[in-house]
Design a protein around this ligand. Structure first.
Ligand code: FES
Length: 223
């Protein structure tokens, strides 16, 4: 499918989008490769992981990613997949951890993703597991912009700020003042009214949080 073919699926004039955009496997694969495999992707906000060991489970395309605050205050992001047979090493959406344990065969990892424990290291693996090489795979690049944490799988991607400026210059990204206006309680109340009944049990202040954070980051808002 060419770029022209994809362009033809969207009509700005008629306000129509061909439903193949949502269901065609070829378009999905192309998105995974050309967007989610290369672009800077939003993971979480720094304020969601303020303390050492705080983690937040996010997603980059098909990959589950753990974003973790380190002891020195820095942030790391690594794939949530055991180096042994690919099992997830963390099942929680967020929390605080001293390390991560794969429940399949018990390999354990530090909050920095290093492989630190291999049960049966000498008996089962003859002491030949290369622990230094087999940690949780880190993302290719990680950076924050005004507290918003982004990562990319592409080691050759331009720096985050340059990428955001490119998007802005191409009008693919812009700061919407009206969204920011939801800081104002009265505006939040109008959003609250508009989105009811989905948000029927939320306070306006919670709607404000829902506007700024992905729903999966605040699941309690929908309970
Ligand atoms: S798959 Fe994780 S320890 Fe085996």
């Amino acid at each position: 499918m060419t770029t022209t073919d994809i362009d033809d699926l969207v009509s700005v004039e008629r306000g129509e989008v061909d439903r193949r955009i949502y269901s065609d496997p070829a378009i999905f694969e192309r998105e995974m490769e050309q967007i989610f495999g290369r672009a800077w992707l939003f993971l979480c906000h720094e304020s969601q992981i303020p303390e050492p060991g705080d983690f937040f489970a996010s997603v980059m395309g098909r990959d589950n990613v753990l974003v973790v605050r380190q002891k020195d205050g820095s942030i790391r992001a690594m794939l949530n997949t055991c180096a042994h047979r690919g099992n997830a090493v963390c099942r929680a959406d967020e929390g605080n951890a001293k390390g991560f344990l794969c429940t399949y065969h018990g390999w354990s990892y530090g909050i920095d993703g290093r492989l630190v424990g291999v049960p049966g290291y000498r008996n089962f693996y003859a002491g030949e597991v290369e622990k230094n090489r087999l940690g949780l795979p880190p993302v290719a690049q990680l950076a924050s912009y005004k507290g918003f944490v982004f990562a990319t799988h592409d080691p050759t991607a331009p720096p985050l700020e340059e990428y955001l400026q490119l998007l802005s210059a191409n009008r693919a990204l812009e700061v919407r003042r009206r969204i920011q206006a939801h800081h104002d309680r009265a505006s939040a109340k109008r959003v609250h009214d508009f989105l009811a009944p989905l948000l029927a049990r939320l306070e306006p202040s919670d709607v404000q949080k829902a506007v700024f954070f992905p729903i999966h980051a605040r699941p309690e808002l929908l309970q």
